[in-house]
Ligand binder design. Structure first.
Ligand SMILES: [Ca+2]
Length: 113
């Protein structure tokens, strides 16, 4: 059997965790498992941030009418008018964000991703 060497200070040399200068099958599988775990963690963080975005969108949906009420209470007629003008596109955008999130989520679950 021919001896193979790996480049020193490379990613491959880091696989030799016990320092015996041999990358065993076990060390290789452990590194592969660590990479897979890292990918899963990244995926999880991505899903968390998407979910957070949806929650903030829904929260802004509740804040919007409050802004209208506040502007009418303090007699800010112009602000109220501007907010009313914005409301239709605002609600459409929030609805789009939320529906795309749930649509993409169910599509990914159905396709096993
Ligand atoms: Ca080793």
């Amino acid at each position: 059997m021919e001896n193979k060497t790996v480049e020193p200070n490379s990613e491959l040399s880091k696989m030799d965790t016990n320092g015996d200068n041999i990358i065993s099958q076990k060390e290789y599988e452990e590194s592969e498992r660590a990479i897979r775990l890292e990918l899963l963690r990244n995926q999880d963080q991505k899903e968390d941030s998407k979910l957070k975005m949806v929650w903030y969108s829904l929260f802004s949906l509740m804040v919007f009418p409050l802004l209208l009420m506040i502007s009418s209470v303090f007699g800010l007629e112009d602000s109220g008018k501007h907010l009313s003008a914005m409301s239709s596109i605002f609600f459409l955008t929030i609805g789009g964000i939320v529906s795309v999130y749930f649509g993409a989520d169910s599509y990914q679950k159905r396709n096993g991703k």
